[in-house]
Ligand binder design. Structure first.
Ligand code: FES
Length: 120
């Protein structure tokens, strides 16, 4: 895994976010509570975009579609969507509980860097 230099931290002020393409992923960068987080912009539930998700005070993102909740630092599932209530075989495999891929972030000399791949 290598680190990739993205842009100046001033491009993502506190309480803002930005979506970028890195290494085949669409990555959502979030600056909140004094930290930068980088997560896959596709919700693991049904691959819909997370970029408009609400960030909670405890550092989690809530998917705007079916309300799954993921820890921004670890990607761990804090709550999984109750939707769809009656799961067909095809939807069941799509909707099985999975963690959100998260990327390592670093700030070096005012520049934001992220890992080229999600953390294991
Ligand atoms: S797509 Fe995110 S919870 Fe369903």
């Amino acid at each position: 895994m290598v680190m990739i230099e993205l842009f100046s931290v001033s491009e993502v002020p506190e309480n803002s976010r930005k979506v970028i393409d890195v290494g085949g992923y669409t990555v959502l960068i979030i600056h909140t509570q004094g930290q930068f987080f980088a997560v896959d912009n596709k919700c693991p539930h049904m691959r819909l975009p997370l970029q408009k998700g609400k960030v909670s005070d405890d550092g989690a993102i809530v998917c705007p579609f079916h309300r799954s909740v993921f820890d921004l630092a670890s990607g761990d599932v804090k709550e999984w969507a109750p939707w769809p209530p009656v799961v067909s075989k095809a939807l069941g495999s799509l909707a099985r509980e999975k963690a959100l891929p998260v990327f390592q972030t670093e700030v070096r000399d005012g520049m934001l860097w992220i890992s080229s791949e999600p953390k294991a």
